[in-house]
Ligand binder design. Structure first.
Ligand code: CP
Length: 309
């Protein structure tokens, strides 16, 4: 087992090795133990300053990173584009250089443009964590998803995972495909042809357009929401029709041969991709995913901060 990550930044899962991923998951095990103690705060990142830069909305990722940073005793500054000088025309580089002039060690950034985190890493010295860049990657989501599968099944290897829904606009799908394959899982994507990108054939994943067939095949179904905010063309006739074809309800879930596990990265559109009954059922590990997000983000922050490159 390696003891340090191979990269200064966490820009995506594509750039991580299987050993990097396993190191993050096993480090998260230690932090999960810490989070279950009465005293949850440890001094590991004392004197480390972290800026959370969110140029796009977030609930889970932003809160989870902030909680992880505070549990590790880091100093934290938060930035939301909507309430900043970005609205006055300031560029990304100028915004970040100004924040770094305040002596920031690690930048956690969510941005609507694919490649924004890579761009930033080329222009500033701080360590960068990609908290989601457009429809490109969302590495900590994929890590917490893999961790949740490992927690439920003991290992990720040989598990069959179907990712259902809007694959075209999903950074979660791409990071999950990279992460699950590196850990030895089989991956399928399922959705209407218009929401499955053409490049998918180069990623060695199965493609299925029939939801029932996909669910009969899998151990785990990761149900994605339709990203209405990223649809610049009409990729399906209506939400109602999408739900009829690709929405998961209890009737479908109960009719399957296997008792599959249901995941969702959030935010959930209840009644669209899954019903409330499915989301809240004993087959769902959606809230376990959220809980594990804090331990995973503590692990990533700890490992990046520990190393001087
Ligand atoms: N899963 C996820 O990225 O959720 P948020 O957009 O709320 O951060």
């Amino acid at each position: 087992m390696i003891s340090r990550l191979s990269s200064k930044h966490l820009l995506g899962i594509k750039g991580l090795s299987k050993e990097d991923i396993e190191l993050i998951l096993s480090t998260a095990d230690n932090f999960k133990d810490v989070l279950n103690r009465p005293v949850k705060k440890i001094p590991s990142l004392r004197d480390v300053t972290i800026a959370n830069l969110f140029f796009e909305n977030s609930t889970r990722t932003r809160l989870s990173f902030e909680l992880a940073e505070r549990r590790l005793s880091a100093d934290v500054v938060n930035f939301a584009a909507s309430s900043s000088s970005v609205s006055k025309g300031e560029t990304l580089i100028d915004t970040v250089k100004n924040i770094l002039a305040m002596k920031v060690d690690i930048v956690v950034m969510r941005h609507p443009n694919p490649g924004a985190a890579v761009f930033l890493a080329k222009h500033i010295d701080s360590k960068i964590i990609n908290a989601g860049d457009g429809a490109h990657e969302h590495p900590t989501q994929a890590l917490l998803d893999a961790y949740s599968i490992r927690e439920k099944f003991g290992e990720v290897k040989n598990k069959r995972v179907v990712i259902v829904g809007d694959i075209l606009h999903s950074r979660v799908a791409l990071s999950n495909i990279f992460c699950l394959q590196k850990l030895g899982a089989e991956v399928m994507v399922c959705g209407p042809t218009t929401l499955i990108p053409k490049y998918i054939s180069s990623l060695n994943v199965k493609v299925e357009h029939n939801l029932r067939k996909a669910l009969e095949w899998c151990d785990i179904a990761n149900m994605l929401r339709i990203q209405l905010e990223r649809q610049d063309t009409k990729n399906f006739p209506s939400i109602r029709e999408y739900t009829m074809m690709y929405g998961l309800n209890m009737e479908m879930l109960r009719s399957l041969k296997n008792k599959i596990t249901i995941m969702h990265p959030g935010p959930i559109n209840r009644g669209v991709e899954i019903t409330s009954e499915v989301a809240d059922s004993d087959q769902s590990i959606i809230l376990n995913q959220v809980e594990n997000g804090v331990a995973i983000r503590m692990a990533v922050l700890y490992l990046l901060a520990a190393d001087t490159y």
